[in-house]
Design a protein around this ligand. Structure first.
Ligand code: FE
Length: 138
């Protein structure tokens, strides 16, 4: 895997290591491609300035500058902080054709991206709160 060598090494851990590091809900979503229930995540309504990092590896993923209220029930962003920090993968599970979003550094599941976002990019990165770790801007 050398598509983004400037970002440093990938983080690779065994399933058992992830299971020990993450709480059960984070593990279910991040490593099991789960989804938190709509309108239940701690960052859904958060409007503070800062960076949303990967909850599994700490990589900066989304800036509050790109967060908007999509009404979906999940934190929504119109673009990643750095396009190299997230990867998009075709996801045809559950009888739907969706695009999964994962952390490029640790391959953890973040959410999905849909082409119904605001004018800035037209994209909606619909991300689970438990996949993120908010770092407030001082
Ligand atoms: Fe990560």
């Amino acid at each position: 895997m050398s598509d983004k060598p400037e970002s440093g090494d990938k983080i690779v851990k065994t399933d058992e290591e992830w299971r020990q590091e993450l709480d059960s809900e984070s593990y279910r979503v991040l490593r099991g491609k789960g989804t938190e229930r709509a309108f239940t995540g701690e960052y859904n309504d958060l409007k503070e300035q800062g960076m949303y990092n990967c909850a599994a590896c700490g990589e900066p993923l989304f800036s509050s500058d790109t967060k908007y209220d999509s009404g979906s029930g999940w934190p929504s962003f119109f673009k990643p902080a750095d396009s190299g920090n997230v990867s998009e993968i075709a996801d045809n599970s559950h009888g739907m054709n969706r695009t999964e979003v994962v952390c490029s550094k640790c391959d953890s599941h973040l959410g999905h991206v849909f082409p119904d976002g605001p004018p800035e990019t037209g994209m909606r990165y619909c991300i689970n709160s438990v996949s993120l770790d908010f770092e407030k801007e001082e």
